[in-house]
Design a protein around this ligand. Structure first.
Ligand code: ATP
Ligand code: MG
Ligand code: FE
Length: 329
């Protein structure tokens, strides 16, 4: 089957074409409009998706060398995400599928982050563990099959991506601050400053405490101090966040005995996390899977990959399928 997939859950408009599980194209338009507001503005995101969706889809088809008439199905991100943003992608996908008289596939964005590992080699073997770390999610899941995913633990408050972005904002970095913290951390000392961490039960996470601790840390610091110590501050914040993630990941491996370990989602682009995971893998003989950078943050390639599995499982949706802003796994 040849499937066109559209992602529009947040601030990336993306389209991809996959043929028999082989990715043919993946085109993404990132919305720059939000930077000046320090976060994603939902109404502006919807408008930008409306402007981008037609050219992005056209480009994805062109690069793939596929005409609309050759498509077997159209897939879209059904949730979770911003309602207005999801509506643009789903409406577009629905009309296209209706016009071509082909099936429609509604994809869970978080399942797609996890299944992004199947876009190319090396592909993890089932069952594997996946640490999903993004702007809205922080979970450790056990993946038994593409559509059999068990949540072992998750955040009880903020997502780790949010923690990166909010701490970055507190020291005056533009949105999204995660990648900037990563960049400055490379030249800083991760042990320069210590932030208290609350230990959560089981395999759950909490990131709201560190944000508060960081606010207190900054309270009596001058702008000069922050500027002079920017790299050390970023390195210390990143070290703390990565340690929280790694501690739970080690625990999950111990408890399940599974040593196939993947990371997914926007924060899996973080070099501190990647280095910590690589070091751990060597020490404890894990097989680790880290997505290519373009498949870490939001993209339609992962939606297309998931749609490929859903198509095989005959899991199509009807024209009445509506966006699910709080869709869960
Ligand atoms: P969700 O997938 O949960 O719906 P989302 O789609 O907004 O949320 P992604 O696009 O997958 O999330 O990831 C975006 C997040 O990843 C942002 O918080 C961003 O700061 C963070 N991020 C991206 N690159 C890095 C990096 N190198 N270091 C730290 N954080 C990063
Ligand atoms: Mg995004
Ligand atoms: Fe995402």
């Amino acid at each position: 089957p040849i499937i066109l997939a559209i992602e529009s859950s947040c601030d990336e408009t993306s389209a991809a074409v996959i043929a028999d599980g082989q990715l043919l194209s993946n085109i993404t338009a990132t919305q720059a409009v939000h930077t000046q507001y320090g976060g994603v503005v939902p109404e502006l995101a919807s408008r930008a998706h409306q402007q981008n969706v037609v050219p992005v889809v056209a480009e994805a088809l062109r690069v793939a060398g596929i005409s609309k008439q050759q498509l077997s199905a159209v897939a879209f991100t059904q949730g979770p995400g911003l309602l207005g943003a999801l509506l643009v992608g789903s409406s577009f996908a629905k009309s296209l599928a209706l016009g071509l008289n082909i099936p429609l596939l509604g994809v869970n964005h978080i399942q797609a982050h996890i299944l992004s590992h199947f876009i190319e080699e090396p592909r993890p073997k089932f069952p594997f563990l996946c640490l999903t770390v993004s702007g809205g999610h922080t979970q450790i899941v056990q993946v038994n099959a593409p559509s059999d995913i068990k949540i072992l633990g998750e955040t009880q408050d903020d997502a780790v991506g949010e923690a990166f972005d909010k701490t970055a904002k507190l020291i005056g970095l533009p949105y999204p601050g995660g990648p900037l913290i990563d960049r400055y951390a490379k030249d800083g000392n991760p042990k320069a400053f210590a932030f208290p961490v609350v230990e959560m039960q089981h395999l759950d996470f909490s990131f709201s405490g560190i944000k508060t601790a960081f606010m207190y840390f900054l309270k009596d610091k001058s702008a000069e101090f922050i500027a002079e110590n920017r790299n050390d501050i970023c390195a210390s914040v990143q070290y703390t966040l990565v340690e929280i993630l790694m501690r739970k990941l080690r625990k999950a491996v111990r408890e399940t005995g599974i040593t196939e370990v993947a990371i997914a989602g926007g924060v899996s682009a973080n070099s501190g996390l990647r280095n910590a995971l690589t070091a751990e893998a060597e020490k404890r003989h894990w097989n680790i899977y880290v997505p290519r950078f373009e498949y870490c943050t939001d993209n339609a390639a992962m939606i297309a990959m998931t749609a490929h599995f859903l198509y095989q499982e005959n899991k199509t949706v009807g024209q009445n399928a509506s966006p699910m802003p709080r869709m869960t796994l």
